[in-house]
Design a protein around this ligand. Structure first.
Ligand code: GUN
Length: 281
């Protein structure tokens, strides 16, 4: 079998069109211009690229963006003061604090200062909790993007065995919750799971989010599976997924490439959360 490639760029472009239309309608209806504030501290090169891409994507979707740069030695207090200021600004609908923050800053304390209704990353404990309860909320962007990619294959998620490899607060845990909401039978595995291959090889839907280059090999995949690779592992200037693509694509029915799979979806879903936040404001 040769897997069909899930084109994240094309699917993200559709989401961005849909968002642009919603932002335009909101403006026509209420005069409200959707606005995202992006806060970055320090000079992490990967974060620089992510933030630049997010700002550019906002522009293209007709969303206003403001970016705030703080130095690497900015105190936690200073970051929190900025977040508080943006939080009380009625013209700002979404606030994104780019992670990681410099060492010594308590990320959790900073993230919890963002009002849940402006938390377009879906990282606030209230949003994470509401996601678990199945309530309406701003859910984490990357897992939402993965759901869109799975749906694009036309397979019905309901009743399928879904295995998520990785248990981070940003991807693994919310991913499992969204799959559960879609009535999949969900297993969360991780780097310490014993006999991992015996679990992944039962997955109709496999989401790899462990952050280890080419960790999932072809023999760990069920023939005909949908494989979603969240990995972004840089090695010798090249980007690698968590899945060994060549091997996996000979076994799976559908697979996302790295780059060009999940990556573009994260930004698209951020835009969608931002327009949702503006509509709700
Ligand atoms: N750092 C890496 N990915 C993300 C993300 O999705 N959101 C934020 N805020 N920081 C990140």
């Amino acid at each position: 079998m040769t897997a069909k490639i899930i084109d994240g760029k094309a699917i993200a472009a559709q989401v961005r069109m849909r968002v642009k239309e919603r932002a335009r309608e909101l403006f026509e209806r209420s005069g409200k211009k959707t606005r995202l504030a992006v806060v970055m501290a320090g000079d992490n090169p990967a974060s620089e690229i992510y933030v630049r891409n997010k700002i550019k994507a906002c522009e293209e979707a007709g969303i206003e963006s403001q970016s705030f740069r703080l130095s690497a030695d900015a105190s936690e207090q200073k970051i929190i003061e900025l977040v508080d200021k943006l939080d009380s600004d009625n013209l700002t609908h979404g606030i994104l604090v780019q992670l990681p923050l410099p060492t010594g800053i308590n990320e959790r304390r900073v993230l919890e200062r963002i009002s849940p209704r402006k938390d377009v990353d879906g990282f606030h404990a209230v949003n994470a909790g509401n996601l678990m309860l199945g309530n309406d909320c701003l859910a984490a962007c990357t897992p939402q993007g993965c759901i869109e990619l799975i749906r694009s294959t036309g397979i019905n998620i309901e009743g399928k065995n879904a295995v998520v490899v990785g248990r981070s607060n940003i991807v693994g845990k919310p991913m499992a919750m969204l799959l559960l909401q879609n009535n999949a039978t969900v297993t969360i595995a991780h780097s310490k799971t014993e006999n991992l291959a015996s679990i992944t090889s039962r997955a109709d839907i496999l989401v790899a989010a462990v952050g280890k280059k080419e960790f999932i090999t072809g023999d760990m995949i069920k023939p005909g599976a949908v494989v979603i690779d969240v990995g972004m592992n840089r090695h010798d200037g090249k980007l690698y997924g968590d899945v060994k693509f060549d091997e996996a694509s000979r076994v799976a029915a559908f697979i996302t490439p790295v780059p060009g799979g999940v990556g573009p979806m994260t930004i698209a879903m951020l835009l969608e959360n931002t327009v949702t936040a503006a509509e709700n404001a």
